[in-house]
Write a protein that binds this ligand. Structure first.
Ligand SMILES: NC(=O)c1ccc[n+]([C@@H]2O[C@H](COP(=O)([O-])OP(=O)(O)OC[C@H]3O[C@@H](n4cnc5c(N)ncnc54)[C@H](O)[C@@H]3O)[C@@H](O)[C@H]2O)c1
Ligand SMILES: O=c1ccn([C@@H]2O[C@H](COP(=O)(O)OP(=O)(O)O[C@H]3O[C@H](CO)[C@H](O)[C@H](O)[C@H]3O)[C@@H](O)[C@H]2O)c(=O)[nH]1
Length: 328
């Protein structure tokens, strides 16, 4: 059985990817400090509790589990927080990734799949955004991800890597085992669901004066299981000897915050209580992926191609989680 070290595997995208890895014959060994992830989401392989910046602990994990590849999710991931604490973001995301790359190469591991982000592009000059678009992040979070892409490119050919630039991860495991469970939660879909369920007073629409058709910001929401699938395809690309590269992961269709609220209302059968608020610092107006490279290089095609289908899986998971909490 092929073992993969999955940093950040207790988190949202990481745990869904572990489920798919296990179903595809891999053994996912999660390496996570549990600062933002959940122990309960580590179900498909062992958990090593460790920090990305801890070289000795990483060395131990490589020696104990002998992985043939790494999938690297672990990071601090909030745009707003990164604007407030840029040094912390550089320390964890860039410093931690450098330590991981050094430990991986010292252990003889030669392939890695990295969670990058659409935030590396900054405010798009043209949309949909292809991978050759200029890289000019407008927030520290995006800057740290770009620095990691650069350090990974410099680590080749000893370590070959695919940087997957996700747009907005959304939805939940359709079998209902895991979902998006951030604390604190800052992401639009879970916040809208919590508002409609009465778990918070209202949803705040950040910005109604963007240069978009309805004035609210536009994003490309891509289902988390489709993202998981892309990680497997990227691993296979590297296993075939494929060269390192960067690949966008999005559906290619844009959804405004106002449209998103209507989709959540359709899933819930009632409107989402909402108020308008100023723009959030660091948010670009529009992020929509040109997904050609993912299709051509990896053969990736998102299976969840409608927003309603994506939101429905999130709705099912959140209402199930609420029932479980109330029953406990
Ligand atoms: N969710 C999205 O929409 C999105 C979009 C683009 C890129 N990404 C990237 O995908 C990856 C996963 O995102 P997510 O939404 O699943 O985030 P998440 O916060 O749910 O998961 C991140 C995991 O990393 C762990 N972690 C954080 N700092 C660590 C450290 N110093 N050492 C060890 N573990 C640490 C956390 O405990 C958590 O389990 C991140 O790298 C993120 O930047 C996410
Ligand atoms: O309470 C809220 C929360 C969000 N939004 C809006 O909803 C959209 C989506 O916001 P999210 O916080 O769900 O996602 P982001 O686009 O900010 O961030 C996501 O995509 C980024 C890429 O730009 C990063 O990769 C980041 O990790 C990932 O979570 C944005 O326009 C945001 O302004 C609101 O209006 N109100």
């Amino acid at each position: 059985m092929r073992t993969v070290l999955v940093t950040g595997g207790a988190g949202y995208v990481g745990s869904h990817t572990c489920k798919l890895l296990a179903a595809s014959g891999y053994r996912p060994v999660v390496y996570d400090n549990l600062s933002r992830g959940q122990r309960a989401a580590v179900r498909w392989g062992p958990l090593v509790v460790g920090d990305l910046t801890d070289r000795a602990r990483l060395d131990e994990a490589f020696a104990a589990w002998q992985p043939s590849a790494v999938i690297h999710f672990a990071a601090l991931t909030y745009v707003g927080e990164s604007v407030e604490k840029p040094a912390l973001y550089h320390h964890v995301n860039v410093g931690g990734s450098r330590t991981l790359v050094e430990a991986a190469t010292a252990a003889g591991v030669d392939r890695l799949v990295f969670s990058s982000t659409a935030a590396v592009y900054g405010t798009p000059l043209r949309t949909p955004i292809a991978e050759d678009h200029p890289l000019r992040p407008i927030n520290p979070y995006g800057e740290t991800k770009l620095r990691v892409e650069e350090l990974l490119a410099a680590a080749a050919p000893r370590l070959r890597s695919v940087a997957l630039r996700y747009f907005n991860a959304a939805g939940a495991d359709p079998e209902g085992e895991i979902g998006e469970d951030h604390e604190p939660e800052t992401h639009a879909i879970p916040l809208a669901i919590q508002a409609v369920l009465g778990e918070r007073r209202e949803f705040r629409i950040f910005g109604t004066d963007y240069p978009t058709p309805d004035g609210t910001a536009v994003r490309d929401y891509v289902h988390v299981m489709d993202l998981a699938q892309a990680h497997l395809l990227a691993l296979e690309h590297l296993e075939r000897g494929g060269a390192g590269t960067q690949v966008n992961l999005g559906t290619g269709s844009g959804t405004s915050v106002a449209e998103l609220l209507r989709a959540v209302a359709r899933a819930a059968g009632r409107p989402v209580p909402s108020v308008t608020a100023p723009r959030r610092a660091g948010d670009p107006p529009v992020l929509v992926a040109d997904g050609r490279r993912a299709r051509e290089l990896l053969g990736w095609q998102p299976r969840f191609d409608s927003l309603d289908a994506i939101v429905e899986t999130a709705w099912q998971w959140h209402t199930g989680a609420l029932r479980r909490r109330r029953a406990a």
